[in-house]
Design a protein around this ligand. Structure first.
Ligand code: ADP
Length: 315
């Protein structure tokens, strides 16, 4: 049988849509599942294509042509699977590395913090005010480092799908009150005004939801002038509780109000403001709220202040 190149070209051309579908299926399977599912999808879609689409046209061209096209499919599928697997492996290695380093940093850091606390108490008792302030600063900075390490660990957990939540019933208003009171103690120079209540019971992870509220509050404090107040409000709409945190700070430009929820994203204004941060808090918060069936959004005119809203369903 003589096979003309033109015929092949036409054949490949007529296969464009199935080729695109094939590439999409194989890429998705290997991207999310790794090498095994990628190769399985390659065989399955390749065989399906051969027995359904290609064989139907048998009248017009040779069987060898069909086999050749199928072989091209299979080689392409293997190629995609191997590349995806390499990407998957390197991501996994990176995540493992971050988790390991973060974990190794945490232990000595906790010890430094503990000893700084002891030094602080000792210096205070013996009336050495200057040194007790130094020790307090070490304690404070260790806390900030521990928070950063925890954020990095959370991000790796999100990426490898190991973010595990407790399923407990708790009073939403008392959680908000506790977090707000904590922040009032830590930031005694700031005015934090809270109002409203929901009188609702929530089902979820109390610690993680507290982490989100803390993140919204610390951001509001971090990105607004010292003399401006922070307003926390709790309301209830049908079966959902809504918490808002309002500040009178640098604001978030309209174009960036979605991007700030991305990993490592920091707005231009915040970088200019000199406030420290890795751009992980909102990414983690958004994931936690999403996993609780809620949503997180922003209102800001990008000039003066912003309001962050958090909405979650009641139990
Ligand atoms: P971080 O504060 O550590 O940079 P976040 O993920 O908590 O990380 O916030 C991401 C970015 O969103 C911040 O860098 C900042 O640009 C912006 N942002 C968050 N909260 C506020 C706020 N209250 N006012 C202005 N910008 C904010």
């Amino acid at each position: 049988v003589i096979i003309f190149p033109d015929e092949y070209f036409e054949l490949i051309n007529s296969q464009t849509i199935s080729l695109i579908v094939f590439i999409l299926i194989v890429t998705a399977s290997s991207w999310y599942g790794g090498l095994g599912p990628g190769i399985f999808a390659t065989f399955l879609t390749g065989a399906l294509n051969y027995f359904t689409l290609l064989r139907q046209d048998l009248f017009f061209h040779s069987q060898i042509g069909d086999l050749l096209i199928t072989a091209i499919y299979l080689i392409l599928g293997f190629f995609i699977s191997v590349i995806s697997e390499a990407r998957y492996e390197s991501e996994l290695q990176k995540d493992k590395f971050i988790a390991l380093v973060a974990h190794e940093i945490k232990n000595p850091l906790s010890a430094i913090k503990g000893f700084a606390r002891l030094l602080y108490q000792g210096f205070r008792r013996s009336g050495r005010g200057k040194y007790s302030r130094y020790a307090e600063e070490i304690d404070f900075q260790s806390d900030k480092l521990l928070e950063l390490v925890d954020d990095l660990l959370d991000v790796t957990r999100i990426e490898v799908g190991k973010f595990i939540y407790k399923d407990e019933l708790f009073d939403f208003d008392s959680l908000v009150e506790k977090v707000v009171n904590n922040q009032k103690i830590i930031n005694s120079d700031r005015e934090i005004i809270s109002s409203g209540n929901s009188q609702k019971i929530i089902k979820g992870d109390r610690y993680r939801l507290g982490q989100v509220i803390t993140n919204l509050l610390t951001n509001a404090i971090k990105y607004s002038p010292k003399k401006s107040p922070i307003k926390v409000k709790v309301t209830c709409r049908r079966n959902r509780v809504i918490l808002s945190v309002k500040d009178y700070g640098i604001g978030i430009p309209y174009a960036e109000r979605k991007a700030v929820f991305n990993q490592y994203y920091r707005s231009g204004q915040s970088r200019k403001s000199g406030a420290e941060g890795l751009g992980l808090g909102l990414f983690i918060s958004a994931q936690i709220i999403k996993d609780h069936g809620g949503k997180l959004w922003i209102k800001s005119n990008g000039v003066k202040g912003s309001i962050f809203y958090m909405e979650i369903p009641k139990a």
